[in-house]
Design a protein around this ligand. Structure first.
Ligand code: PGA
Length: 248
C-alpha cells in the first residue's frame, strides 16, 4: 500500500512569537511539496497564533491530557488544543516518559482522548540505550505498541513514531538496517493488533534527522516519514528535510 510521507516537526519547549516567522517558509515549502504531508507541533502557548498565521500548515500539540476537562491544574486537554487550532497531537514522547514518568498506558489514554477530540495522533515508542545494548530494543518496542495502540486505530488518524531515545538530540542515528528492522517489527505488531488496518498506519523515524540524512532514512522500507526535533526549529534546517521527502 502507498502511504504518503509525513514530515512532522516538534519544537519541544522552544520558541516564542518571534519564532513563528519560521513557519512562513515552512508552510511555503509544504505547499511546494503537495505529495508530502507536513506538520509542526509547537508549545501550547503558540498553537493559536501559529494556526492563525499559517492556516495551510498542520499545527500540532506536543501532548494532551487523557481527560476532556476537569480538575487537573496545569494540564491541557485535547478539545482545548483542537479549539486553539491544532490538528494533531504527539503522545508518549520519550521526554514525557522520562521527565513526567508517563507510561505506555498513559500514551494509550492520551491517543484515545486526542482521537475523540478529532485530532490525528503521533504515538511515540523507542528503546533506551541500555535496552538496545542488552539486545532488548525489539521487545521493548513491541510491548510499547501493544500497550499504547487503541483497538480502533487506523491510518486515517494514527501515526506511529519510532524514536530510539539515545538518538534524540545526540546527532547519533541507528544503522539503516537497525531502523528497517524495528520498523518491520512495528508493522508486524500493528498487524497483529489491528489487522489489515495496519497497512495504512504511517511509521515515522525520529532521532537526529537532518537535511543530510533524511532522504536515505526515508527511503527505507516501512519508513513513512520523520519526526524532527532540533532541525525543525528553523526553516533553514527543516525545509531540506521536506524537500528530501518530496524527492522520494
Ligand atoms: P531530534 O528530536 O530530532 O532533536 O533528535 C527528535 C524528537 O524528539 O522527536
Amino acid at each position: 500500500m502507498m502511504r504518503r510521507k509525513l514530515v512532522a516537526g516538534n519544537w519541544k519547549m522552544n520558541g516564542d512569537r518571534a519564532s513563528l516567522a519560521e513557519l512562513d517558509a515552512i508552510a511555503a515549502a509544504a505547499q511546494a511539496a503537495p505529495q508530502v504531508d507536513v506538520g509542526v507541533a509547537v508549545p501550547f502557548t503558540l498553537i493559536a497564533a501559529a494556526a492563525d498565521r499559517v492556516p495551510t500548515l498542520s499545527i500540532g500539540a506536543e501532548d494532551v491530557h487523557e481527560a476532556d476537562h476537569g480538575a487537573h491544574t496545569g494540564c491541557v486537554s485535547a478539545p482545548m488544543v483542537r479549539e486553539a487550532g491544532a490538528r494533531f497531537a504527539i503522545v508518549g514522547h520519550s521526554e514525557r516518559r522520562a521527565d513526567q514518568h508517563e507510561t505506555s498506558h498513559d500514551a494509550w489514554a492520551k491517543a484515545a482522548a486526542a482521537h475523540r477530540a478529532g485530532l490525528s495522533v503521533i504515538l511515540c515508542c523507542g528503546e533506551t540505550e541500555a535496552e538496545r545494548n542488552a539486545d532488548r530494543a525489539e521487545r521493548i518496542v513491541q510491548a510499547q505498541i501493544e500497550k499504547s495502540v487503541p483497538d480502533d486505530a487506523d491510518g486515517s488518524w494514527l501515526t506511529l513514531a519510532y524514536e530510539p531515545r539515545w538518538a534524540i538530540g545526540t546527532g547519533r542515528t541507528p544503522t539503516p538496517e537497525d531502523i528497517a528492522a524495528i520498523h518491520a517489527i512495528a508493522r508486524a505488531k500493528l498487524r497483529m493488533l489491528i489487522g489489515d488496518r495496519a497497512d495504512g498506519v504511517r511509521i515515522l523515524y525520529g532521532g537526529s534527522v537532518t537535511g543530510a540524512n533524511a532522504a536515505s532514512i526515508l527511503a527505507l522500507e516501512n519508513v513513512d516519514g520523520a519526526l524532527v526535533g532540533g532541525a525543525s526549529l528553523t526553516a533553514a534546517k527543516f525545509v531540506p528535510i521536506i524537500e528530501g521527502a518530496a524527492g522520494l
